[in-house]
Design a protein around this ligand. Sequence first.
Ligand code: ADP
Length: 155
Amino acid sequence: MKRAVFPGSFDPITIGHEDIIRRALPLFDEIIIAVGYNSTKSGMFDPDYRMDLIREVFKNESKIKVDKYQSLTVDYCKEKDAKFILRGLRTSSDFEFERGIGQVNRMMATDIETVFMLTAPEYTAISSSIVRDVLRHNGNLKGLLPNCILNKINF
Ligand code: ADP
């Protein structure tokens, strides 16, 4: 079973995340979308609500599981017997950030590979933090959020 973990804050999930996950589906038997959270650092949305939104987006995808975790990502992967970590790359600054995390993760667990996928050009500018800003100012979220949660999201 080729199982990947897609870790992230997903605060909230964006159309960019959705795109990476759908494109990665043919590569794996199962993808666990894992909401990483920190009890001392609260985001805009509660981790359980973030999971509800993700579940709504992938409700027809049997290969997708949704979970949350607080531990080190590699420890979480070991617990779930996942040998792959999936991450998306938007820009060169994403690359520098991800390189550090990916290399340290590999030092801690040599049997877990990080797999990077390039963002589709039209989604490069989209981030959860931009979505949060637009939400705070009641802006139009069309084109930023997956369509099926456009009218469901509230805070
Ligand atoms: P984190 O706090 O771990 O960066 P995010 O939820 O912001 O969590 O991102 C999770 C993953 O999704 C990261 O690999 C990030 O690069 C990727 N990602 C974020 N936004 C996009 C996007 N617009 N297109 C593709 N990948 C993205």
